[in-house]
Ligand binder design. Structure first.
Ligand code: F6P
Length: 373
């Protein structure tokens, strides 16, 4: 009997999702004779049983499309907003899986999706995941698809900002995505020749950033490009977050932990837009006119790069092979040039942050880049 596979995309979208769905769907249907059903809008479609049958013909022509043909959401199976109320929809998800007689479910997603997938594994479902995110911060994989495209977009933006920064002798601050991990800021900063790179992993001192810019001015370089990850923090802010995290870890009672979580959430909400203040401060401290560009969702939109199409297609087709073998409970990871299955349990809840002694940081420092530390 042919196998029946479900597939969904969850979390923030990114370029390469359609390439991965196409790789999986075509290989599953044509090579392994499986049936494939796509669930719509992430785990919501699974909870509410909203789906469409996928076949090879309808997956033709989607390789280069941005976004996801299945739609996506940040819904979690165990905490979903249904008609204004938060509900645990895990049983509904399991019921949909059984109603469709699925042999396995493939979830394409980032860190949050890996955690949700693990919950479904624990609920008894056969799940395989694929790593996607422009943040490139999923544990145990060298790359996630989406990252290369975002890197290209951010680099092109920095190149373009360079010429206007030079013409006006300005400081231009460029905010790129990355709440917890600074891979995009680091690599786009290096590729675009940024003078300052600020990462979530290295708390910065604005005085040191200003000093580095003033030093450039003294040397006759009358413009500066500052690339900042959205999650970068000053030393003061990082200290406050650390205190809250330590408080939460030490809290023994549930309400006390919830209180810390709420304060952390508030803190992060207030931190949005911090690059506006940073830009103003740099102008004040250096006396040099400054401007801010927030790249935002531009970095996630549009057609995937060649490298992302290749990686996503490879992961998708390998996934069909893994499903044919009957293997599950794994994420397919890129490790040292090969696609390998790793337990979802080893990935969920872990983030791959930039190590502060990473060779790329050392390389950037060698060409004079300031990290604000
Ligand atoms: O997880 C990827 C990511 O692009 C982050 O870098 C960013 O902070 C976040 O998604 C924003 O997502 P959204 O606006 O879709 O909630």
């Amino acid at each position: 009997m042919s196998k029946h596979i479900g597939v969904l995309t969850s979390g923030g979208d990114c370029p390469g999702l359609n390439a991965a769905i196409r790789g999986l769907g075509k290989a599953a249907c044509d090579r392994f004779g499986m049936q494939v059903t796509g669930f719509l809008n992430g785990f919501r479609g699974l909870a509410l049983d909203q789906s469409r049958v996928l076949d090879s013909a309808m997956l033709s022509g989607v390789l280069t499309d941005g976004g996801t043909l299945l739609g996506t959401s940040r819904d979690k199976p165990h905490r979903m907003n249904i008609g204004g109320k938060t509900k645990d929809m895990t049983d509904a998800v399991v019921a949909t899986y059984q109603r469709h007689h699925l042999d396995a479910l493939v979830c394409l997603g980032g860190g949050g999706t890996q955690k949700n997938a693990l919950r479904l594994v624990e609920a008894g479902l056969n799940v395989v995941t694929l790593p996607k995110t422009i943040d490139n911060d999923i544990a145990l994989t060298d790359r996630s698809f989406g990252f290369d495209t975002a890197l290209g977009i951010a680099t092109e933006a920095i190149d373009r900002l360079h010429s206007t920064a030079t013409s006006h002798e300005r400081i231009i601050v460029v905010e790129v995505m990355g709440h917890r991990a600074g891979w995009l800021a680091l690599e786009a900063g290096i590729a675009g020749g940024a003078d300052v790179i600020l990462l979530p992993e290295i708390p910065y001192d604005v005085e040191k950033v200003a000093a580095a810019i003033r030093q450039r001015t003294q040397r006759g370089r009358r413009f500066s490009i500052v690339v900042v990850a959205e999650g970068a923090m000053s030393v003061d802010h990082a200290g406050q977050v650390k205190e809250l995290l330590e408080g939460k870890a030490a809290a023994t009672e549930k309400p006390e932990r919830a209180e810390f979580s709420e304060r952390l959430k508030q803190f992060h909400e207030e931190h949005v837009g911090h690059t506006i203040a940073l830009t103003r401060n740099l102008e004040k401290l250096t006396g040099q006119e400054s401007r801010l560009t927030i790249l935002g969702h531009l970095q996630r939109g549009g057609t995937p790069s060649a490298a992302d199409r290749v990686l996503a297609s490879w992961l998708g087709t390998e996934c069909a092979r893994v499903l044919d073998r009957g293997q599950h409970g794994v994420m397919l990871a890129l490790q040292a040039g090969a696609i390998v299955p790793v337990p979802i349990a080893d990935v969920a809840g872990r983030k791959r942050l930039v190590p502060v002694d990473h060779p790329l940081i050392a390389a950037a420092r060698m060409v004079g880049t300031c990290f604000g530390d």
